[in-house]
Design a protein around this ligand. Structure first.
Ligand code: KG4
Ligand code: ZN
Length: 343
């Protein structure tokens, strides 16, 4: 089965063609980062308009790269939430219009289910069951994953997401948007233990997180170092202290999730999963416990169409295609708990 994945939930237009037998045939992406950078964050209306411009040319690209024609597509998967309403509607409209024109089924996919399953596109791929650390710009969750569609929330952030904390720290340090990679690079030049930042909820007995206090601590540290005049070394030291703190919390709670579930495999997904310091720490900690850790390939960590095609395949396996509406009929869910993704 050849499945087309369409992702337009935020600031990346991603399309992919995934074959259930042969694997990922092609994927193409347009990032809007350069367009939003002037505003210091994503401008929803600009995001929607850009998705409209990009989505069909990217469809041509993946078809050409995979050597396929439109008529070869057997099903279409499109992100229908969570995300920006207007941006989601672009992908959903295009996906459903294509499905109607081709007479093929269209399934709406949960964006986080895509992230969660993206490590399965790696070689070697993890096997079920596993604990998953989902760390993106909007979400930070620990989940128990027992199989396709069998996801149980173990803990989540009570306030800011890890990616949001990276982005806000970058903003406070004058490192621009998006902040994750810039903070990570700056931290490499920081002196270890030049300052220590709080590790919120590190010792709480649950698997929840809280990062808003860490953000406030970064703000205080920046002010102490002269605010926007913060010098290069102080900036690197603060970035280093921030990365050390957030990685410590994420790694400690991930190990606790492995202990609580009894699983021997940890899977890391979402944009922050691209972070080198987090990857290194989790590799060390899991090895010390005789557990295994899997990361998606770097290009598939952040938003992309391949993970949506894979989540679509998972959904097509668990639903009755005959129950899908024949005429285009769809809605998007800007807010959508992952626990409700299976339906
Ligand atoms: O998963 P994603 O592409 O989008 C959402 O679904 O939110 O994640 C984007 C987030 C941003 O906050 C970005 O700063 C962060 O992932 N990110 C990183 C790195 N690369 C992306 N954070 C830390 N280190 C990185 N290398
Ligand atoms: Zn995402």
């Amino acid at each position: 089965m050849l499945i087309l994945g369409i992702e337009t939930s935020c600031d990346e237009t991603g399309l992919a063609l995934l074959d259930s037998e042969r694997g990922l045939l092609a994927h193409a992406l347009h990032s809007q980062v350069e367009m939003h950078v002037a505003y210091g964050g994503v401008v929803p209306e600009l995001a929607s308009r850009d998705h409209i411009r990009r989505v069909l040319p990217l469809l041509d690209t993946v078809l050409a790269d995979a050597g396929c024609a439109l008529g070869d597509i057997d099903a279409i998967a499109v992100t229908t939430g969570p995300g920006l309403a207007g941006a989601l509607l672009v992908g959903a409209s295009v996906g459903h219009a294509l499905g109607y024109a081709l007479g093929k089924p269209v399934v709406g996919v949960h964006h986080l289910e895509g992230h969660l399953l993206s490590p399965l596109l790696a070689e070697p791929a993890p096997t079920f069951p596993f604990a998953a650390l989902l760390v993106s710009g909007g979400h930070t969750q620990l989940l128990s994953v027992r199989g396709w569609g069998r996801y149980e929330l173990l803990g989540e952030t009570l306030d800011d997401a890890a990616g949001e904390a990276f982005d806000k720290t970058a903003q406070l340090l004058g490192l621009g948007y998006p902040g994750g990679p810039a903070v990570s690079r700056a931290a490499d030049f920081g002196t270890p233990d030049a300052l220590k930042l709080p590790r919120p909820m590190l010792h709480s007995s649950d698997l929840d997180f809280s990062f808003s206090g860490l953000k406030t601590a970064v703000l205080t540290a920046v002010k102490r170092q002269g605010g926007s005049n913060v010098c290069e070394q102080a900036r690197a030291d603060i970035a280093r202290a921030f990365v050390d703190a957030i990685v410590d919390v994420l790694a400690t709670k991930s190990m606790r999730a492995l202990e609580d579930t009894g699983f021997g495999t940890l899977v890391v997904a979402g944009g922050v999963g691209a972070n080198r310091q987090l990857r290194e720490r989790l590799a060390i900690e899991t090895a010390a416990r005789g557990a295994r850790v899997f990361f998606p390939p770097l290009p598939l960590c952040t938003d992309n169409g391949a993970m949506i095609a894979l989540a679509g395949l998972a959904k097509l396996r668990r639903i009755d295609v005959a129950t899908l509406p024949k005429a285009p009929s769809f809605s998007v869910r800007p807010r959508w708990p992952l626990a409700e993704a299976a339906a």
